[in-house]
Design a protein around this ligand. Structure first.
Ligand code: ADE
Length: 226
């Protein structure tokens, strides 16, 4: 999979130089390019913002630099994503769907957003990572990319996805490691028993308990998002 990220702040993507995502890039499983939108500005001062028609507080991003930046990477296999608080709320199912594309282009918005016509022209998927407003599209892009890459074959070790939260509609069961007693609290006896059937049963019960406590909405019958 190839991902092009269009941004006014390329340095924000330093976290992608770490860990699993860096390894997947080095292995050639994924290719991530960070593209500076400002380089596409035809303004002599490389200006990238403009006032909104109709008035109102703040500025929009200029149309032309974004249009040219997208055009520079767009193919007939591309899906354009525009993270925005006005988008559809992101979930694991959307992450899996995005992971199926060969090429994703992320437009990181700033100021008050982008011209609506850009969304139309590129048929961009507007995605919100939650009901709050961040100062720019870089962090949401990183959230979306990090989570979808986990579904791209060979990015994670086999089996890593199978038991994690949301994979079976429930939150993941509690996990423990050494020591067996920590701050006076013992690891549940069943996990030390070596009885795999009992461990599986315990984990399912604990998954259910945690889901009831933290995310009762996931247990509603009409919900089928995972
Ligand atoms: N940009 C600013 N806030 C956002 C959010 N909640 N989701 C996606 N993009 C955003």
């Amino acid at each position: 999979m190839k991902i092009d990220i269009l941004t006014l702040f390329p340095e924000s993507f330093a976290p992608f130089k770490e860990s699993i995502i860096s390894r997947a890039q080095k292995a050639g499983t994924i290719e991530i390019n960070i593209i500076n939108i400002r380089e596409f500005s035809r303004d002599k001062h490389k200006k990238c913002d403009d006032a909104p028609f109709g008035g109102g507080a703040g500025m929009l991003m200029s149309v032309q630099p974004i249009f040219d930046a997208v055009k520079s990477v767009l193919t007939n296999k591309s899906k354009v994503v525009f993270p925005s608080p006005a988008g559809k709320v992101y979930n694991n199912k959307m992450a899996k769907e995005l992971a199926e594309f060969e090429h994703l282009i992320f437009i990181c918005g700033h100021y008050e957003g982008i011209d609506e016509r850009l969304i139309k022209i590129f048929d961009a998927e507007e995605i919100s990572i939650g009901d709050y407003v961040l100062t720019g599209g870089e962090i949401p892009s990183m959230v979306i990319i990090d989570s979808l890459l986990r579904f791209v074959p060979n990015v994670l070790k086999d089996g890593s996805l199978e038991e994690e939260s949301f994979s079976n509609g429930l939150l993941e069961y509690p996990q423990f490691t050494r020591p067996q007693v920590f701050e006076g609290m013992r690891v549940p006896e069943v996990l030390l028993s070596g009885n795999h059937a009992e461990i599986k049963k315990w984990r399912k019960q604990e998954s259910l308990k945690k889901t009831k406590r933290n995310r009762p909405d996931l247990l509603k019958e009409d919900r089928n998002e995972n």
